[in-house]
Design a protein around this ligand. Structure first.
Ligand code: CA
Length: 234
């Protein structure tokens, strides 16, 4: 792939950092590193990396704080890295503007897969296509925003207003993991436990309408305990 993006790796744990940088080097990514939050903010502001891999547990600063600071001037995709037990931290990181997460311990394949997803998201962001275009297309799925209609192939989808709003929200953030809290706030304007339960129901009915294979959903990925993401489909 031409023009691999420059990646900022923020990780205080040396073996993990070395695993990441060795992987990046082997796949011809360019990278810079930081070992704490202060360095991360400095490197992000001076080098304008295209993707940031950010460990949430840093010695000097909470990783979520690093996201908040970087988000004041930059929309650079951020993939957070945290331990399996730290779901609440991941949710907070996603709600603060992170795009995706990796759970420690992760494999080299997982790291590369996340980077590919993020690169696709990056190219969509750079094209301005996701937010600006009046028509969204992804695989067989098409949304005509002005008309308020969605299609799968040539068939118009018969969606309820809430299903349609959820679908549009996921489409506008294609490639990004959206938390339950974020989706319910955008769709209902609130985020009670009841809303999250309703979201599950609407998501199930929406999926029935857009996914042809129920066992292997193509468009909408579930992140258990965290949220949902629309995947780019070829
Ligand atoms: Ca750490």
């Amino acid at each position: 792939m031409a023009n691999k993006p420059m990646i900022l790796v923020v990780e205080d744990d040396t073996p993990v950092r070395n695993l990441i940088t060795t992987t990046l080097k082997a796949h011809e990514y360019r990278y810079i590193t930081a070992e704490n939050g202060e360095q991360a903010v400095m490197e992000a502001s001076t080098h304008n990396p295209e993707i940031i891999l950010l460990d949430l547990g840093l010695p000097d600063m909470d990783g979520v704080e690093v996201i908040r600071i970087i988000r004041t001037w930059s929309m650079t995709p951020i993939i957070v890295i945290s331990a399996r037990s730290e779901d609440a931290d991941k949710i907070e990181a996603l709600d603060s503007g992170a795009d995706d997460y990796l759970t420690k311990p992760f494999s080299v394949e997982e790291l590369l897969a996340r980077l590919r997803v993020t690169q696709r998201r990056l190219s969509i962001m750079q094209a301005g296509a996701a937010s600006e275009s009046p028509v969204f297309t992804n695989g067989q799925l098409r949304i005509e925003y002005a008309a308020g209609c969605a299609y799968l192939g040539n068939e118009e989808l018969h969606l309820t207003p809430i299903e349609y709003r959820i679908l549009c929200l996921l489409a506008k953030n294609v490639g990004k993991v959206l938390t339950h809290r974020y989706i319910t706030q955008q769709v209902w304007g609130s985020s009670w436990d009841n809303d999250v339960a309703s979201l599950r129901v609407f998501m199930a009915t929406l999926r029935k309408k857009i996914e042809s294979q129920k066992d292997s959903p193509q468009y909408i990925q579930t992140h258990i305990g965290i949220g949902y993401r629309m995947m780019r489909v070829d």
